[in-house]
Design a binder for this molecule. Sequence first.
Ligand code: FAD
Length: 395
Amino acid sequence: QDAHRYSGIVEDCCCNFETVDHLNEDVLHPLLHELVRSPFFRYFKVKLWCDCPFWPDDGMCRLRDCNVCECPDSEFPVSFKKPFTRGLPSDDPVCQEGKPEAAVDRAIDAKAFRGWMVVDNPWTSDDETDDAEMTYVNLLLNPERYTGYTGPSARRIWAAIYTENCPKYPSGEICPEKRILYKLISGLHSSISAHIAADYLLDEATNSWGQNLTLMYDRVLKYPDRVGNLYFTFLFVLRAVTKAKDYLEQADYDTGNPVEDLKAQSLMRQLLYNPELQAACPLPFDEAKLWKGQSGPELKQQIQRQFKNISSLMDCVGCEKCRLWGKLQVLGLGTSLKILFSVDNHDSLGQALLLQRNEVIALMNLLHRLSESVRFVHDMGPSVEKMLGHLPAQS
Ligand code: FAD
């Protein structure tokens, strides 16, 4: 009954759960929550319609805006089957998004990305330098939450991710490098589930939204390793952000709105040079310990290949809004991997860190998602415990 309780050091990290909760509540979440609302961080560039390279039979992602047409009727609640036309071409009723909750709102989407280098991310499959068919999406209009995306399509993606690209490591695996990819993906999965549970369509008839404690328990809190992996992923991304602090501090946050842009820069500085963070958890994750052995470079290449595959799988996600957040968060993880593992400012090549605007946006929005999920886990835990206390004992 108390499997969701957790304490001690987060495995493979340098901080404990209680410290993370405390820092997140007092410092990180408030700053990140403000930061992602700023004009610079709220627009994300994304290719939303693209071929799924793995299941050409799928058909869900091959036509623009045609995301759920191929799903069997039984998969969605009745209200989702109603045609939804806002913002979509009205002369193509067959291929319109079937579920309002799953459609991306493109209302404010044309924002030029100026003054930033255009570089590709070696960890992801999308060519980030190719602007063709890119959409600019306002993330604030498209919150990550329950969309009704479920059934064989969603299961197939997660199954392909876990079985083919990052199988769970055997218990007792002592090599931390071999644990990383699984833990990052599992942590991201926990975070997605936490967002679904925290913002769930409770009553279709009245369109009322709220917390689904049972779902939070069944998918996340019941499994201490999923909670641990969420905290691990949060600390891993936090480390990437703090490692890139020189770059992030000096980056150009200009969007043509001086008041908002200065505010974004100031929030960024408060985060990067936060005395409480530096005192309580100065090194959230220690990447310098990794890749030391003989097989290090080979292992790194293998993980890079697997992560690229996971990134391509995002093109097969059959729900537009899930694909948006899936792509953003995978790019955010890819950016963290790039900062921590692809670039070493002190290596013999002297390779300098170069990030593109979209990577920085993905990185900070991912950190915000994870920070929010850590908060949900922490805050919803007691309510779930209370709920479980009232559940009839299982026979
Ligand atoms: P799933 O969450 O599909 O899990 C499948 C299996 O994976 C489980 O049976 C379990 O064995 C394993 N598993 C579950 N969690 C973990 C974990 N943390 N670590 C390790 N293993 C785990 N739905 C929405 O409503 N909104 C969204 O924004 C959204 N975004 C998505 C983004 C992506 C990239 C994908 C692939 C799916 C998304 N979905 C979203 C769908 C959602 O994640 C679930 O697949 C869906 O709700 C069905 O859930 P389920 O209970 O079948 O279990």
